[in-house]
Design a protein around this ligand. Sequence first.
Ligand code: ADP
Ligand code: ASP
Ligand code: MG
Length: 497
Amino acid sequence: MEQTVSVLKFGGTSVGSGERIRRVAAIIADIFKDPSTPFPVVVVSAMSGITDQLLRIARAACSQEREQYEQELTTLRQKHLEAAEKVTASERGRAQLEIELEAGFVALAQDVERLRQAAEEKQAVHLRTAAVASWGERLSVLLVAAAVRELGVEAEPVRKEIIITSHPAHDPSQPFGVVVGADPLGEETRANAQAVVRPLVEQGIVPIAAGFMGRTITGFVTTLGRNGSDYSATVIGAALDCAEVSIYTDVDGVLTADPRLVANAQLLPRLSYAEAARLSWFGAKVLHPRTLIPIAPRNIPVRVRNSFRPHLRGTVIGPEDGRPSGAGAISIRRKLALITVESTDLFGAPENAGQVFVLAARAGAAPVAICSSSGHHLSFVIDEEAAQSVVALLQHDMDKAVWKVSSRTGLAACACIGSGFTADPKSSARAITALARERIPVLTNGASEQGITLIVEDRDSERALRCLHRDLVAPVIPLVRRPEAVVTVKNETLLKA
Ligand code: ADP
Ligand code: ASP
Ligand code: MG
């Protein structure tokens, strides 16, 4: 019978230095040695800051600034070699890792040169940029695999791409150094994951795979878009029919707000898929907004936990189980624009709503929230960066004699998510009162069974988040908070790392 696996994903901060990679290796070794847990399949991000650096390199290559990108390539090499020294105690282990890394640096330099040439010859550069961007994860895989082997556990870097994706379209308006996310293809990825990963698992070797990246059927390297490693972990998990996906990051789990903005944010022990998806849609960076898409239909749970405090249970995200999670969390999505389409006569035409959204989608914008609509008026918010092209397209394609299109930029959405709020019919009024007390104007708002959304000026958004947290979340914390379960640390290596 096939081994059951669980996917462990480690984010950029968790693998941000040699010392941190050693901690990660200890977590993997612990799970590997525990007979009560499924066999680990590991997915890793680039070391923090490396993808940004690779995209700076890509931009410099496209604008033929050789000196600049060569300098960046040198510091990138240095950072990985320093980490290599920390993760390997044995001479043999270090020598092997250095050979692997050096081969990686050579291949990266070749990809940068191919990108430079493509830009010089005015060819499309998006796929060559993706190839350069993927090197952060590819190099990180080598470091993590070496660190795990140091602990006496057989581990292998997975060099082949696991995720098979669509072929992303070239958008000539995109500036250099931007990665275009491609879409994973479910069936093709499943077959490929079974072929590439399963044989290692069946031999008892821990596969260490690169997150974020994939390839097209025809062999071009692609990415799932910025911050896409969480998403890649669940795509791989679904393809392997895994028991659970653990997302290891730098906080204890999903909290009632971003802890960088709200000092007393609290851990949420349990969240439904829908609640977690909405939180990430409205800006909670802890999960990529598409993370739950591959696994929610299969009821595979996701656990968000802290790689610096792995003995904590974290947040479990799973299907609705009949009882409300009781969770209440606030997030903000910033840099939005409100688009208003209104009829110049009294009647308008209700069927035009469909046309408005089709045109917005054609300009590359999905509505972040729909604010109000009637037969002769429609308003919705989209990302600010798309506002100009959406307005231009709407003005061009809608009947000018009847429809007036306007936009207002510099806005943010504050979302109060979770059954902890929606169970109480007074939540919406309390949210608006809380903001009014702080003299924060609410431009428009909406409430649904899923939560409350308030559109405010972007400059007010952090203050709004703190005041909503204070007035709405703090009072329900005693209801949502359960005693934090602590599991015993089983492996001595974990304590020493
Ligand atoms: P990783 O590198 O592990 O992918 P990220 O930086 O992408 O980590 O995501 C983790 C960060 O998400 C945290 O450090 C935290 O600042 C931020 N964050 C935003 N909202 C939340 C929230 N509601 N709960 C927990 N973390 C949050
Ligand atoms: N390294 C990629 C990025 O920085 C993917 C990720 O870390 O999630 O965008
Ligand atoms: Mg992330």
